[in-house]
Write a protein that binds this ligand. Structure first.
Ligand code: ADP
Ligand code: MG
Length: 220
């Protein structure tokens, strides 16, 4: 029931996370976070890193652990969150919306920085972060470093105020490296020879036109 209410986009567990494939993550730190004390304390977790390195996987997995520990959790994306806040603002029920979003003990906001946000995003997000400050935990994933959040929110001053609150009691994990899926494909491409009828070979980059790939054409 609680798992349904959380609205996770997929089933991901810590047990399914391959720590060996991701040396920039300290397994001990993740296991510590999985004990959910940070949620009890209303602290925040920032998972930063490029696409495909496991940010969403880990955020869902930590969310599941929080639910198992008895906390209420809500998962959303930055785009959906800000659009919902902007809509509520337009309908003069922003307070009601902020109240609803301050209920779950853990609010997971995935994919901050992937898509452009509404013009009012910075102010709305700031209000949410202020409302939850020191009372409700947030887990935010982003493909942008915090230094770039001024650009993400198109307002450097408000972005600083947001970060000021978020980072006050926080655990910031920066994940480096290649996309897990691409890496897995590349690896299996090395040991697997495609046979007819198998569909496209794994690591099928070689099927792409020669202009796309290592064979860079000079640009005019
Ligand atoms: P991100 O959110 O950082 O873009 P995802 O968490 O969506 O990346 O990961 C992309 C896919 O790769 C998902 O299916 C995820 O389960 C898988 N994945 C990523 N890293 C790992 C890992 N270290 N071990 C197992 N699966 C992983
Ligand atoms: Mg993701």
């Amino acid at each position: 029931m609680a798992l349904k209410l959380a609205h996770f986009p997929a089933v991901k567990e810590l047990a399914g996370f391959d720590f060996e494939a991701q040396p920039s993550i300290d397994p001990k730190q993740i296991r510590d976070l999985a004990a959910s004390r940070w949620i009890a304390n209303g602290e925040n977790v920032l998972l930063l890193g490029p696409r495909g390195v496991g940010k969403t996987h880990l955020s869902i997995a930590l969310g599941r652990e929080a639910i198992l520990a008895g906390y209420t959790v809500q998962f959303t994306t930055a785009t959906t969150l800000v659009a919902g806040l902007a809509k509520a603002h337009g309908e003069r029920r922003l307070d009601e919306k902020l109240l609803a979003l301050s209920k779950p003990k853990l609010l997971i906001v995935d994919e901050l920085g992937y898509l452009p946000l509404e013009p009012d995003a910075a102010h709305l997000f700031f209000q949410l972060v202020s409302r939850r400050y020191e009372t409700g935990a947030m887990l935010i994933t982003s493909n942008r470093s915090v230094a770039e959040w001024g650009t993400v929110f198109a307002d450097a001053v408000v972005a600083t105020a947001i970060l000021d609150r978020l980072l006050h009691h926080s655990h910031v994990l920066t994940i480096r490296g290649d996309s897990y899926r691409l890496r897995a494909k590349r690896k299996s491409g090395l040991i697997k020879t495609p046979t007819a009828g198998d569909g496209p070979p794994v690591g099928s980059a070689s099927l792409r036109p020669v202009t796309d790939g290592n064979n860079l054409q000079p640009r005019s």
